[in-house]
Design a protein around this ligand. Structure first.
Ligand code: FRU
Length: 331
């Protein structure tokens, strides 16, 4: 009888231990059972977005408690919506989204957020505030700084071509309105403007039209470095690149900064990817810590004069320059 009782106690202990082990291994956020993060990238066609994913990957590789699954929407809003839907269906623990456009992607991001999946929105904004945290640089401030820099470079007077980013995205809207504010009160004329949708081939085509229409172009302001580079190539093909100054935004070492070294661009404004910060914030959210609703990344300007020194930080701006809130139009 005594023997049977101690045998039963033994079995109970073994069962208890097995159960505890099972609970331990089911615990989330361990190398054996990491939290799963779905990363929805709108496009990997530009070096800047490839860099964003690389920044996310190197930060995530150092955190064994998470695993990141990547999807590339190839610049297609509907595909990106489907990707986010798939992540929700899969039951990911957190979403990082760098949306192609604001309005059409707002409802699906809101859907994830209201279904208790934390969402970090990176770089381009959505409509409203139904997400956990937005991370990005201040595009209005960058546009305004570009405007001031350009006004200084042209001594307050000249003909400018503005190659705009996709205008259904907030960086496009803010880089445009910020720039117009920066050149206010000068005699700078924007003689040609076009939406190049963030794409170098489109920028090149638009610049060909500008060159065909105008004999005197002093400067091209591209909303990103691919645009400024596309414009440069068009001007070079027309034999006019030496008479035009090219300015862009992004300032990647391997792109904008390299173009400055090659004397193609005269300025590039840094647009940090936020990839590293997205993983830092994701870890905090997953551990149950509270995070700010908005994180604004700092930006520098790179020019031939300051490149060696690591560029120059943009000054702080007054709070009046609020970033764009896209119109509440949903599909
Ligand atoms: C890449 C890109 C960058 C730009 C950013 C704006 O797709 O066009 O060049 O800075 O997106 O969202």
């Amino acid at each position: 009888m005594k023997k049977t009782r101690s045998m039963l106690v033994g079995i109970a202990i073994v069962l208890c231990l097995a159960l505890t082990a099972a609970t331990w291994s089911a615990e989330k956020g361990t190398p054996e059972n990491p939290w799963v993060i779905g990363m929805s990238q709108c496009n990997l066609g530009e070096p800047w977005r490839v860099q964003m994913n690389a920044d996310i990957k190197s930060a995530a590789d150092a955190a064994p408690s998470i695993k990141v699954i990547y999807k590339d929407a190839q610049n297609d809003t509907l595909r990106q919506r489907a990707h986010i839907e798939e992540f929700i269906g899969q039951g990911v623990d957190l979403l990082i989204v760098s949306p192609k456009e604001a309005a059409p992607l707002t409802p699906i991001i809101r859907n994830a957020y209201t279904n208790k999946i934390p969402v970090i929105v990176l770089d381009r904004r959505v409509v409203g505030e139904d997400y956990t945290c937005f991370i990005g640089a201040d595009n209005k401030k960058i546009g305004e700084a570009a405007g001031r820099w350009i006004a200084g470079k042209l001594n307050g007077k000249g003909n400018v071509v503005e190659l705009k980013g996709l205008m259904t995205t907030t960086p496009g809207q803010d880089r445009n309105s910020g720039f117009r504010k920066g050149i206010e009160g000068t005699e700078i004329k924007v003689i040609f403007e076009a939406d190049m949708k963030w794409l170098e081939p489109d920028a090149r085509k638009e610049m060909e039209s500008a060159l065909a229409r105008f004999d005197k172009i002093d400067l091209v302001y591209g909303h990103n470095d691919p645009a400024a580079h596309g414009a440069y190539l068009a001007a070079k093909a027309a034999g006019r690149e030496k008479n035009i100054i090219f300015v862009g935004i992004d300032g990647l070492v391997q792109e904008g900064q390299a173009y400055i070294k090659q004397n193609i661009l005269q300025a590039s404004f840094e647009y940090p990817t936020g990839g590293k910060e997205a993983i830092e914030i994701a870890l905090k959210i997953l551990k149950g810590e509270t995070v700010p609703k908005e994180i604004t990344l700092k930006s520098r300007v790179f020019t031939p004069e300051n490149l060696e020194k690591g560029g120059e930080w943009l000054p702080e701006m007054p709070a009046s320059s609020a970033p764009a809130q896209p119109a509440k139009k949903e599909q």
